[in-house]
Design a protein around this ligand. Structure first.
Ligand code: GDP
Ligand code: IMO
Ligand code: MG
Length: 422
């Protein structure tokens, strides 16, 4: 069968985890294709609230295969903690959890280099999650990296020592201390032994084999399109391709195997870390979005920057990903707003207007052009789109009209059940 991709169209935290968990029973396989522990995907069901970082969000559903693809960067120490955190749920997921042998490993020194690099950037820091993502992807592209399959080889320690020697040189350049490295290494090697007890697989064969057996695959994106290393607000981005194309290289599936592309976005916008954010609100409305949306990072706990929905940015992400269906989340957060604004274009510094993202949002200051909507001012208890309040229907149809893609799922709360499908 085919691969459907679900990915974030903004700066991450759109509610991917919740929706993947919701959709997972329709699929045979759920798989992550990029990113790593920088992701924090929250799931809520039966009174439990759980955050996943590297493990695919299909893990709570019986009998589904969960695959960590080759495009991911995996921190073994965080992986061990995540698995131990699942103990209390008494799930029998281990036989169904696979990790690609080609997945890159995050070393303790990658995390130190991440911190050193951010410190050196000072005011210009990316606002990285400090999980070692950038340095690990740098080593992958630089052809220095270590992969999960390497831990099964006889000379792994030698490969590890060589890479760490290189890393210590980099840390020396940054004048950054590596004093606690021994302690970090002890936990790291313990976690590698733990990792060895899992299905370390040639996941490209595994996934293509499933597809040949007519099984359905859901690829779960991490971060969001505006954090993509090629098309995001560079350099304030993450270090992977967060888009549909990333699912092909991050899993080893051919482009023609991709069928539906579910693009997920919040009814407003948030961003954690540094970088341009045209519709950011620095006022009481921004504070209110943060408070009512509980906008605090699932990985770092940092307050998220909040602002209105940005249609030029959304449209850009839709084009790049080939989105076939839109999923809107956190609609309930706007329940009590009198007025809801949506950015429909930007005014550039020279006074001209555009609906396209300028080359460099860091250099060009754009002023958002807003269209205002009347709020629906009520809880959305509907079970079907037809029963939505009129103002909400108008808000949704306006978005659909502007971006020419249908909205087929509306999320009105963090719980699995608070989801309305068209
Ligand atoms: P992800 O990284 O895309 O998986 O998103 P996060 O889990 O980092 O952040 C989304 C946050 O919003 C989490 O706390 C979710 O529990 C919560 N959430 C998801 N959907 C909804 C929704 O429709 N309404 C509300 N109020 N919260 C939601
Ligand atoms: P999920 O999957 C929101 C942001 C960081 C920083 C930039 C680079 O939960 O949506 P990195 O650690 O990747 O080097 O940080 O990207 N970032 C995220 N923001 N959600 C995420 O993941 C993020 N992963 C990274 O805040 O600005
Ligand atoms: Mg998140």
């Amino acid at each position: 069968m085919s691969v459907d991709v679900l990915l974030g169209l903004q700066w991450g935290d759109e509610g991917k985890g919740k929706i993947v968990d919701y959709l997972a029973p329709k699929y045979d396989v759920v798989t992550r294709f990029q990113g790593g522990p920088n992701a924090g995907h929250s799931l809520e069901f039966d009174g439990h609230k759980h955050v996943l970082h590297q493990i695919p969000s299909g893990i709570f559903r019986d009998g589904i295969k969960n695959v960590i693809g080759n495009g991911v960067v995996l921190d073994p120490v965080i992986f061990k903690k995540e698995i131990e955190g699942l103990d209390k749920f008494n799930l029998d997921f281990k036989p169904n959890l696979y990790i690609s042998k080609k997945t890159q490993i995050i070393l303790p020194t990658h995390k130190l280099i991440d911190a050193a690099s951010e410190r050196a950037k000072g005011e210009q820091k990316i606002g990285s999650t400090l999980k070692g993502i950038g340095p690990t992807y740098q080593d992958k592209i630089g052809r220095f990296g270590l992969r999960v399959g390497d831990i099964l080889t006889k000379n792994f320690k030698e490969k590890y020592d060589n890479l760490v020697k290189r890393h210590l040189g980099i840390l020396k350049f940054y004048d950054y201390p590596a004093d606690n490295l021994q302690e970090l290494e002890a936990a790291f090697f313990k976690a590698l032994e733990f990792l060895k007890t899992f299905n370390l697989s040639d996941s490209e064969y595994l996934i293509n084999g499933y597809l040949n057996e007519n099984k359905s695959v859901l690829a779960e994106g991490a971060q969001g399109s505006l954090l993509d290393v090629d098309f995001g607000s560079y350099p304030f981005v993450t270090s992977s391709n967060t888009m549909t194309a990333g699912a092909c290289t991050g899993l080893g599936v051919a482009p023609q195997k991709i069928k539906e592309v579910y693009g997920i976005f919040k009814a407003y916008c948030t961003r954690v870390g540094s970088g341009p954010f045209p519709t950011e609100l620095h006022d009481a409305t921004g504070e209110r979005l943060r408070a009512e949306g509980s906008e605090f990072g699932a990985t770092t706990g940092r307050p998220r920057r909040c602002g209105w929905l940005d249609l030029p940015a959304l449209n850009y992400a839709i084009i790049l990903n080939g989105v076939t269906q839109l999923f809107i989340t956190k609609v309930d957060v706007l329940n009590n707003f009198d007025t809801i604004n949506v950015c429909v274009g930007y005014q550039l510094e020279d006074g001209t207007e555009t609906k396209e993202l300028p080359y460099d949002l860091c250099d060009e200051t754009v002023v958002p052009i807003y269209k205002s909507f009347k709020g629906w001012k009520q809880e959305v208890n509907a079970t079907s789109f037809e029963d939505f309040p009129t103002e909400l229907k108008e808000y949704l149809s306006f978005i659909e009209d502007q971006v020419k893609v249908p909205i087929t799922l509306v999320s009105v709360g963090p719980d699995r059940t608070e989801t309305i499908l068209k």
